[in-house]
Design a protein around this ligand. Sequence first.
Ligand code: ADP
Length: 159
Amino acid sequence: MKRAVYPGTFDPVTFGHLDIIERSSRIFDEVIVGILVNHAKVPLFTVEERLEMIERAVRQMPNVKVMSFDGLLIDFAKSQDAGFLVRGLRAVTDFEYELQMTQTNKVIAPEIDTIFLTTSLKYSYLSSSTVKELASFGSDIDRFVPAHVADRIKEKYRK
Ligand code: ADP
């Protein structure tokens, strides 16, 4: 059984993330979307809200599971018996950081491999931060995130 963890902050999930999730679900038997409880960042959405939004977006993908985790990604992957990590690469700017992370993880857990999926061109510019910034200025974000996510973002900025 090939099980992969796709980790991230997902604050909130975008069509870019969903593209990676959908494509990995066709490569692996099971994909666990792991929402990192990141104490260094102050997120717009709570972990529970992020979990709920992703779960709703992946309903049509039976081999995708959504969980949150605290602590080291490698420990989480081991606890789930996952042999692979999935990361998305958008641009060269992502590369250096991702390479460093991957090599560190490989030293800590040589049995776990990281697989990179390059972004689909139409989402290469897309990030959660851009979506939040646009929404904060009242700009339309419906092209970037599922409708239920767009509603939640708009609701946050109305407050
Ligand atoms: P992190 O804070 O860990 O980078 P993100 O939620 O921003 O978390 O991203 C999670 C993963 O999804 C990362 O591997 C990132 O490169 C990838 N990703 C983010 N946006 C896109 C996109 N538009 N297309 C493809 N991959 C993406």
